[in-house]
Write a protein that binds this ligand. Structure first.
Ligand SMILES: C[S@@+](CC[C@H](N)C(=O)[O-])C[C@H]1O[C@@H](n2cnc3c(N)ncnc32)[C@H](O)[C@@H]1O
Length: 392
């Protein structure tokens, strides 16, 4: 492609991206991919051994933050609460909980350790990926044209709320051409604490997704698919189904497609909005949305559920999995503090708004009945029976 500014291709949203999803050039794609030191199973190796070691350190830090550090912080929070005569399970207003807990230096150090981890990790990833921009872009470009499956770039002008630097990822999901790579390593060394190098967490989640009672699964849609790990896991579970993954971030679906090509899986990806999927009415048998809802505004969440009600066929199943789909929103002081930390220091801009959305009520409004599904867990969410919506 002459005169193509490859470095700027995904740097701005709204640019009319007209990269056609042409047919396979699998040999070229494979060559470009192996250039990057190959994979360990599904895990793409880092460009330098030094980065791999730093990644190990990041993983260790995440395990510590989410394990011993979190337990110590919780113990400290309980001491403070006890000194104010508050029991661990007692319900408390958000503002009161934050006023009680956030001035404490131990709790501040816990929050700082978590946000520093995020900051160092993403800065390192962005710097090193951009140093090798041409190599990574070559791999992405080769995959754009490869199959099976395809990637479509619609030139979506992603709404402002989707462009925030959620969980401090530089450029967010929309504004950096290597957002997919950053997300991949960042989550493996972060909330997934090393339990997803081979998509294990997504495969387990896909295994828990309920099937319509008539057993028919011809079409599956994954909303906010990011790098397509649930979409490809659904394809592995339902090999004969047509599977789509859509996301507001063009760089995310670009990497998702590269990853699916590498896995040899025919999954289709597109940069489309979950609230405006462009699919026909009554089209899908199953719709999934994993950890999407805490990253959208309350207004968008409601529109997304309405859109799901439209695209699901009667008897089709909606399986949204997020912090409060298998548990109640925060009510105790410690739970509020965790949500506060995530919102304030981890740039989870929509986390607090998410807690105000009654997802079950929205599902009912959009024509679904509600039931309790399997015990489901993901990342650091405790297990619990997850809500299932079935279109009437
Ligand atoms: C935490 S990630 C989801 C992770 C992914 N579902 C998984 O299982 O790993 C949230 C994703 O939702 C996408 N997103 C946010 N708002 C969206 C919207 N309105 N429509 C589609 N995707 C959206 C973001 O770009 C991001 O990739």
């Amino acid at each position: 492609m002459p005169n193509l500014n490859r470095r700027a291709l995904f740097a701005t949203t709204g640019a009319a991206l007209t990269l056609a999803a042409a047919k396979a050039d699998a040999a070229g794609a494979a060559e470009a991919l192996t250039d990057l030191r190959g994979h360990v199973g599904l895990f793409p190796r880092l460009p330098l051994l030094d980065m791999e070691s730093r990644g190990d350190f990041m993983l260790g830090m995440s395990i510590m933050n989410n394990g011993d550090m979190q337990r110590a912080a919780n113990a400290r929070a309980q001491e403070i609460l006890k000194s104010h005569g508050v029991k661990p399970d007692e319900k408390m207003q958000f503002e009161k909980a934050i006023a009680l807990l956030s001035p404490d230096p131990v709790l501040a150090a816990y929050a700082k350790s978590r946000s520093t981890h995020q900051g160092i990790k993403y800065r390192m990833l962005q710097t090193e990926l951009h140093k090798r921009a041409d190599q990574y872009l070559a791999a992405l470009e080769a995959a754009d044209k490869a199959g099976p499956g395809m990637v479509e770039f619609t030139g979506l002008n992603a709404p402002e709320y989707t462009r925030r630097e959620i969980h401090t990822q530089p450029g967010g999901y929309v504004g950096d051409p290597f957002a997919g790579y950053m997300y991949r390593y960042g989550t493996d060394w972060g909330v997934l604490t090393g339990r997803n190098y081979q998509d294990e967490s997504h495969k387990a989640l896909a295994g828990n997704v309920p099937v319509p009672t008539d057993g028919k699964v011809k079409r599956v849609l994954d909303l906010g698919t990011s790098i397509g790990q649930l979409a490809t896991s659904m394809k592995l579970r339902f090999p004969d189904a047509e599977v789509w993954g859509i996301d507001a971030g063009a760089p995310m679906v670009r990497y998702a497609h590269l990853k699916a090509v590498d896995m040899g899986l025919a999954v289709n990806f597109s940069d489309r909005l979950a609230e405006d999927t462009k699919f026909p009415d009554n089209h899908f048998d199953i719709v999934t949305a994993n950890i999407l809802f805490h990253e959208v505004t309350a207004e968008a969440a409601k529109k997304i559920v309405a859109e799901v009600g439209r695209v699901l066929r009667p008897g089709g199943v909606f399986y949204p999995t997020d912090f409060y789909t298998n548990a109640l929103p925060p009510s105790t002081a410690w739970q509020h503090f965790q949500a506060f930390w995530n919102h304030r220091w981890n740039n989870e801009d929509w986390m607090l708004e998410y807690a105000t959305v009654d997802l079950n009520a929205e599902m009912r409004k959009s024509g679904m009945t509600i039931s309790a599904g399997n015990e489901t867990t993901f990342a650091l969410r405790p297990p619990g029976k997850n809500v299932v919506g079935t279109k009437v």
